[in-house]
Write a protein that binds this ligand. Structure first.
Ligand code: GSH
Length: 81
C-alpha cells in the first residue's frame, strides 16, 4: 500500500491529505498514513529511504518522492486518472 509519511503540524502534509480526501481516497484502504514527526521510526524510514529529513514523503514500493505537488500528481495518476 502507498505510505504517506507526515508530521501533523506540517502544512504541506495537510495539503496532500486534503487533496487525497478530495480525490475520494480512503486512508487505510488506498494509502496508509505514517507518523514521521521528529524522533519517530517513521522519520528514520524517511531519511534512510530518501536521504533527506523532510515531509511529506510518499513511498510506494520502490518509488518515493518528497514534493507535495508531485505526491498529489502521483496519487491522482494512480487512483483517479
Ligand atoms: N517542497 C516541499 C516542502 C516541504 C517542507 O518544507 N516540509 C517541512 C515541514 S512543513 C520539513 O520537512 N522541514 C524539515 C523538517 O521538518 O525536518 C513540499 O512542497 O512538499
Amino acid at each position: 500500500m502507498v505510505e504517506l509519511y507526515i508530521a501533523s503540524t506540517c502544512p504541506f502534509c495537510i495539503k496532500v491529505i486534503r487533496a487525497a480526501e478530495e480525490m475520494g481516497l480512503t486512508e487505510g484502504k488506498d494509502y496508509q498514513i505514517v507518523d514521521a514527526a521528529h524522533g519517530t521510526p517513521g522519520r528514520k524510514k524517511v531519511v534512510d529511504t530518501g536521504g533527506k529529513s523532510m515531509v511529506p514523503f510518499l513511498l510506494d514500493g520502490g518509488s518515493w518522492m518528497y514534493e507535495s505537488d508531485d505526491i498529489i500528481d502521483y496519487l491522482r495518476d494512480k487512483f483517479v486518472n
